[in-house]
Design a protein around this ligand. Structure first.
Ligand SMILES: Nc1ncnc2c1ncn2[C@@H]1O[C@H](COP(=O)(O)OP(=O)(O)OP(=O)(O)O)[C@@H](O)[C@H]1O
Length: 238
């Protein structure tokens, strides 16, 4: 069994069919990109992976455990599309709060807070209230909160929205570092140059997984020079 397995998942909200028989698998230590236009169903699918939402049909397994599961919550770091931060608290206070939810001991917690804030390059802003952070700083702090309990799986919903290209590169360098430590990363995006950086891609459109493969496999299969062209081909637009 692969580290992440999505088996025949379908979901509707009322009469709107949002996901249709999604099958995909992600190997341990890979960066998997879920690529698709707005409304394709990316957030719905990642919410199912962490167990926030239960699919109408199908199953999801993470590290051989069926979702939802407390083990999966423990091993997963999640960064939602909108930052779930307490604005009036400082970064340190936000991280202390998250750490207490995960049951980190105070001595470990202090070390982890310093480590994750170093990672996202915010160590000099630890005691600043979040409301004084810029949008990009908030995204980085959200990434820090997702990393705090040393997850084996990171699920990131559009992590670089509102982040400038220089910082985006730094964040991607960090993803590579995490990957070197054996962490599996699932990232949703509609930024094509980010898609090219993933080991494996799933192309989602209108709730259907149109194609899955590495960027080079997909480009070869669809005889395209870029992932953007692949996307247009599988979408039937080209
Ligand atoms: N709680 C909900 N109730 C009803 N409809 C929903 C709900 N959540 C999502 N949807 C619908 O499901 C579809 C897929 O939404 P989803 O947020 O998964 O897309 P997405 O690919 O993540 O888009 P974006 O890139 O804009 O975040 C959309 O048509 C959306 O309106």
């Amino acid at each position: 069994m692969s580290f992440v397995e999505v088996r025949n998942v379908s979901h509707s909200f009322g009469s709107e069919n949002v996901l249709n028989q999604i099958q995909l698998s992600v190997e341990k230590g890979k960066i998997f990109g879920l690529l698709g236009p707005s409304g394709a169903g990316k957030t719905t699918l990642v919410n199912m992976m962490i167990g926030i939402l239960t699919p109408n049909r199908g199953e999801i397994y993470i590290d051989s455990k069926k979702v939802p599961s407390f083990d999966v919550i423990d091993m997963t770091g999640y960064m939602a599309q909108s930052d779930a931060l307490y604005q009036e608290l400082t970064a340190r206070e936000n991280l202390e709060f998250i750490g207490s939810i995960y049951g980190l001991k105070s001595s470990d917690l202090k070390k982890r807070i310093n480590a994750v804030m170093e990672t996202v390059n915010l160590i000099d802003h630890l005691d600043k209230p979040v409301e004084k952070y810029s949008g990009g700083m908030k995204r980085r702090l959200s990434l820090a909160t997702a990393l705090l309990h040393e997850p084996k799986l990171l699920i990131l919903d559009e992590p670089t929205v509102g982040i400038d290209p220089v910082l985006r590169k730094e964040i991607w360098d960090e993803f590579r570092n995490l990957q070197r430590n054996g962490i599996t990363i699932i990232v949703t995006t509609h930024v094509m140059d980010e898609a090219e950086k993933c080991d494996e891609l799933g192309l989602l459109r209108d709730g259907v997984l149109m194609a899955q493969g590495s960027p080079s496999e997909l480009k070869e299969e669809y005889q395209s020079d870029s992932i953007e062209d692949v996307f247009l081909s599988v979408g039937g637009v080209k």
